[in-house]
Write a protein that binds this ligand. Structure first.
Ligand SMILES: Nc1ncnc2c1ncn2[C@@H]1O[C@H](COP(=O)(O)OP(=O)(O)O)[C@@H](O)[C@H]1O
Ligand SMILES: [Mg+2]
Length: 233
């Protein structure tokens, strides 16, 4: 039941020059694990996260979830699979400013392949429960634009969890938050892992090492996950 990257590479072309962002990277994460991929700006963390989440096809290598090669699926199949199995959290929150908190959380239910009126009702109940869990009950019907940054990131967390994903992928989720709100988000991610969700966090936030079950260092496009047999030098 793992999300597994094997020998994944990605090169961007910018102004006619090649930028090698990911070089034969391998990494594996299972439900209940909390892996923090740490490294300096520009080392390829966001590239790794997008490739892992089915958002960007690598030039080489494979990404599998439960032995299914996610880039062998059609774009539609991959989108459905992403909506059902993965939740994303980003540095910039990516909320819809004119929708309220509950509506923002329920946006995730649109990503599910099969929608029945009953599952939509369930989604509303689950959304409200998550809003409660993240201390936003009084804010449920306020527009996202009216929230503080800490509150916005907790809405994004609730949205990521709505479909009960098996993995949460987070890209610098503390990057725009003050210390207290950043620590709160990391605590929530750790709690998700304790409850059985796999958490893949990419960040340069050193505090991630304190909450993650495993820290993987990344440098200049190289990732070495010692838990992978081919990741050992
Ligand atoms: N769309 C893109 N086009 C060209 N170069 C890119 C693009 N996205 C990222 N890069 C480059 O790839 C490298 C890795 O970027 P990124 O994955 O964003 O690293 P990080 O998230 O660790 O800061 C950097 O040199 C960056 O400038
Ligand atoms: Mg980045």
């Amino acid at each position: 039941m793992a999300l597994k990257l094997e020998n994944v590479s990605k090169t961007y072309t910018r102004n006619g020059l090649d930028v090698l962002a990911l070089q034969e990277g391998s990494c594996s994460i299972e439900p209940g694990q909390f892996i923090a991929v740490c490294g300096p700006s520009g080392c390829g963390k966001s590239t790794l996260l997008q490739v892992s989440g089915g958002l960007m096809r690598p030039d080489a290598g494979t990404v599998t979830l439960d032995d299914q090669d996610i880039y062998a699926l059609s774009a539609d199949e991959r989108a459905g699979f992403r909506g059902a199995s993965l939740g994303f959290v980003f540095q910039q929150f990516h909320l819809v400013p004119y929708l309220n908190v509950l509506e923002n959380v329920l946006v995730a239910s649109l990503a599910l392949p099969a929608k029945s009126p009953a599952s939509q009702r369930d989604a509303r109940d689950r959304g409200l429960a998550l809003i409660d869990r993240f201390g936003l009950r009084d804010r449920a019907f306020h527009r996202a634009a009216q929230l503080s940054t800490g509150e916005r990131q907790r809405v994004a967390l609730a949205r990521a969890l709505l479909n009960e994903p098996r993995f949460i992928l987070a890209d610098e989720p503390t990057g725009n938050l003050d210390e207290a709100n950043g620590e709160e988000v990391l605590r929530h991610l750790a709690e998700c892992a304790e409850q059985g969700t796999g958490v893949l966090l990419v960040t340069h936030d050193a505090r991630a090492a304190e909450v993650a079950s495993r820290v993987v260092e990344m440098e200049a496009g190289s990732i070495r996950d010692e838990a992978m047999p081919w990741g050992v030098a």
